[in-house]
Design a binder for this molecule. Sequence first.
Ligand SMILES: Cc1cc2nc3c(=O)[nH]c(=O)nc-3n(C[C@H](O)[C@H](O)[C@H](O)COP(=O)(O)O)c2cc1C
Length: 145
Amino acid sequence: MLSEALGIKLVTLDEAMKTLERNSEIIYMGWLFASSVKGYKRASKKFRVNTVVATGLCPTGELLTEVRKTSSVPKSTALFTVQGGMDREKLRGVDKFMINALIKFLEKNKTPSEKDLAMLSLIKNGGDFVSFKNLDAVIKRFKEN
Ligand SMILES: Cc1cc2nc3c(=O)[nH]c(=O)nc-3n(C[C@H](O)[C@H](O)[C@H](O)COP(=O)(O)O)c2cc1C
């Protein structure tokens, strides 16, 4: 959706590692795993990452400080979080184990906030929040620069 909106080429990280020249300027998009952006470290070693877009369960625009710190995204690199979704049926291995452990942990909380409850429901029951609207800020920045 982002490449469509910006009119730029989309490649997977594996393809990029094989076909893009070192120091190519890229927008890196990856999913959030324990507050770090999957694949970002690998991409940042080879390419000039102009912007990082992290898809996660958190609402769009949240968790920025934590994600920047956990993934060591420099201040000079623009960072956006966008809400994606959860489909537990598709999870396997470590991912499935971690999400099930997180559900058990959240369920133990006797005084959950509204946010905790919303997160628990999203993780347990799944949901899809992918939308062009979530990309508004990313698109705006790209057009301004
Ligand atoms: C093991 C695991 C850990 C996750 N950790 C986070 C997290 O720390 N923060 C967050 O917002 N979302 C987290 N998520 C949610 C994913 O980032 C979210 O489901 C994302 O939309 C997945 O991307 P995809 O739809 O491209 O597969 C986690 C998901 C899994 C399976």
